[in-house]
Design a protein around this ligand. Structure first.
Ligand SMILES: Nc1ncnc2c1ncn2[C@@H]1O[C@H](COP(=O)(O)OP(=O)(O)OP(=O)(O)O)[C@@H](O)[C@H]1O
Ligand SMILES: [Mg+2]
Length: 265
């Protein structure tokens, strides 16, 4: 297994945001995570990626390393990258430098300097920049490389966030609602690019997504959260017929018809 959690737990005061979650994700899989608002999906990512420490008794393993409560930068250096539900870009930095920052999160300047010495670092930097330009071309942003990130459209920002997360060539990429707020056409375009990047870089993916059509169309396995617990897991076809899943959604943000329509893809 590339990622494994055992009895993963996180409480905020009296609220069990993540309540004893066991999950196993094999290399190469596309895993979808769905669940109502507040069911713990983003908290799950925050625990895995080291943004929050988990509660005592939890265990997280990534690529055969025990990463329970390791600092975020060390988890990143092992090959785990993630995006945030609310976009985090350096707005006043150019598009290319935003992508470069993704590379240097994994390989800091100080490390490159120690290995290469100051003279060679400029050549090295040039090489990385060329690689990052290639990545920008791949997501269709090469023409915008020198623009400020703040000048991009919403859809372009989503692509930039994706490119930056991939810049350090992670083994596992975790995407928190990558398609939120996009038009149907842009959702299709983004998902196509995500699938191409998966093949090109040999990624394993975990995708939190409210757009159920995306989950049902692209994921190998879907895990369903409700109130911090895992209430179902299986192929998209199995999950969409699961009564507990339908119940978890009913009466919440979506109404009956919307949910049935969303699941009947
Ligand atoms: N830093 C925090 N402090 C206190 N409570 C938190 C914190 N982060 C999350 N929570 C609570 O934990 C629960 C799970 O939140 P989380 O953001 O993981 O839900 P989610 O499934 O990602 O929801 P959404 O679909 O709306 O993004 C919520 O009740 C939330 O209020
Ligand atoms: Mg969330």
């Amino acid at each position: 297994m590339l990622l494994k959690t055992k009895k993963l737990m996180k409480a905020f005061g009296g609220l069990k945001a993540i309540d004893k979650i066991d999950i196993e994700i094999p290399q190469g899989e596309i895993r979808g995570i769905i669940g109502p608002n507040g069911s713990g999906k983003s908290t799950f990512f925050n625990l895995i990626s080291g943004v929050y420490d988990s509660d005592p008794g939890s265990y997280i393993e990534f690529n055969d390393h025990d990463i329970t409560n390791e600092p975020a930068h060390e988890i990143g250096a092992l090959g785990l990258a993630r995006t945030f539900q609310l976009l985090r870009l350096y707005q006043d930095m150019s598009v290319i430098n935003n992508v470069m920052s993704g590379y240097h999160t994994k390989v800091p300047y100080s490390f490159a300097a120690a290995v290469l010495g100051r003279k060679k670092i400029w050549d090295h930097e040039k090489k990385i920049r060329d690689e990052m330009m290639e990545l920008l071309s791949f997501v269709g942003l090469a023409d915008f490389a020198e623009m400020n990130a703040s000048e991009l459209s919403g859809g372009q920002r989503r692509l930039l966030v994706l490119a930056r997360a991939i810049a350090g060539k992670p083994k596992l990429l975790m995407l928190d609602e990558p398609a939120a707020g996009l038009s149907p056409h842009n959702v299709d375009n983004l998902m196509k690019i995500i699938m191409q990047l998966k093949d090109k870089y040999g990624l394993t993916l975990i995708i939190i997504e409210h757009i159920l059509k995306v989950v049902m169309d692209t994921c190998d396995t879907v895990t369903v959260f409700d109130h911090g617990q895992k209430i179902a897991e299986g192929t998209p076809a199995e999950v969409k017929d699961d009564n507990a899943v339908i119940e978890a959604y009913l009466g919440k943000k979506m109404n009956d018809d919307e949910m049935r329509k969303a699941l009947a893809v």
